[in-house]
Write a protein that binds this ligand. Structure first.
Ligand SMILES: CSC[C@H]1O[C@H](OP(=O)(O)O)[C@H](O)[C@@H]1O
Ligand SMILES: Nc1ncnc2[nH]cnc12
Length: 313
């Protein structure tokens, strides 16, 4: 890792990228710092790189936080990813918009390997073994999750994806991600069941990440890149790690161009309110105020007070 400062005090960082399989770094940006905030939920998956992105509308660069979901060397299995620490650390740095990247299996013939999908729904097939909420141990919170991704952010992401079409990028505007537990891939019966349920793509990473981003009032959108046809397809061959990594590697330039185009767009001043997720601010204060003041445990108050200063005083 580059020899850069371990603190970044210049400005709050509002935009982050969570890189997934095959996208462990984001080259092409100036790497100005590496930070690793210790949160009440532990340390994030990887040190967080602070990258400077040239602003299209001012002379000041826009800082971007980048975290590698499975660690710097893909050493964390999907169920070991410290999703609470990742989201808490990013919010603590000031992040209110996250672009999350994921390698997915396709559950539909028309979503071909190397195609991109900007999903709008999730089906939860995780098994409850991953910590999935900030609200527990003496403070209860119920946030809405009808739209697991942020629709206005999705609109921007789709426009950016379409602007690259014809240059090797094929984009599907909608889709349902089935998030399975793993780390083993699905059985053929499961894969066919998910197709009957209307699933478009499958991964092991959308949850609890999207739920925690929602609790943290962060505008969140996942960009999926299809790497295989899972195991339902009669002629494509069953998914293997080689298949996933091969397609990821072959198309990584397009994945980076897609993420880069989204960062270019989000860096424009006209998206200032969206990037700050002003439309989400304050939601969790109400969602998390159901536990009466006398019922709140000290530990929960301290942890949630760290994440949401002033919300639950
Ligand atoms: C290496 S195949 C399974 C692995 O790939 C996806 O990772 P990510 O979503 O972080 O790109 C999938 O969710 C699994 O974790
Ligand atoms: N077929 C598949 N199942 C789950 N996660 C995946 N990530 C990439 N391909 C996948």
């Amino acid at each position: 890792m580059a020899d850069v400062p371990s603190h970044y005090n210049a400005d709050p960082i509002h935009i982050a990228v969570i890189g997934g399989t095959g996208l462990q770094h984001l080259p092409g940006f100036s790497h100005v710092a590496t930070v690793e905030p210790d949160t009440p939920w532990g340390k994030p998956s990887s040190p967080i790189s602070v990258l400077h992105h040239p602003s299209p509308s001012s002379h000041k660069p826009v800082p971007i936080a980048f975290v590698s979901r499975h660690g710097l060397h893909h050493e964390l299995a999907p169920h070991e990813v410290p999703a609470r620490a990742n989201i808490a650390a990013l919010r603590y740095l000031g992040v209110r918009t996250i672009i999350a990247f994921s390698a997915v299996g396709s559950l539909q013939e028309h979503i071909k390997p190397r195609d991109f999908v900007v999903p709008d729904q999730i089906i939860d097939r995780t098994k409850g073994i991953r910590p999935f909420t900030f609200f527990e141990g003496g403070m209860v919170g119920h946030v809405g999750f009808a739209d697991p991704f942020d629709p206005p952010l999705a609109k921007i992401v789709r426009q950016c994806g379409h602007s690259l079409e014809g240059e090797g990028v094929a984009l599907h505007d909608k889709g349902t991600v089935v998030c399975m537990e793993g780390p083993q891939f699905s059985t053929r019966a499961e894969s066919n069941l998910y197709r009957q349920w209307g699933g478009s793509v499958i991964n092991m990473s959308a949850l609890p990440e999207a739920k925690l981003a929602k609790e943290a009032e962060i505008s969140y959108q996942m960009i999926c890149m299809s790497t295989d046809y899972d195991c339902w397809h009669e002629s494509a061959g069953d998914v293997t790690v080689e298949m996933v990594m091969g397609n990821m590697k072959a198309n990584s330039e397009n994945a980076r161009r897609f993420v880069g185009a989204v960062l270019n767009e989000l860096s424009k001043e006209e998206h200032g309110d969206q990037v700050l997720a002003k439309h989400l601010a304050g939601q969790t204060k109400f969602a998390g105020s159901i536990t009466g003041a006398h019922g709140r445990s000290q530990v929960a108050k301290e942890k949630l007070g760290w994440l949401f200063p002033g919300y639950f005083d």
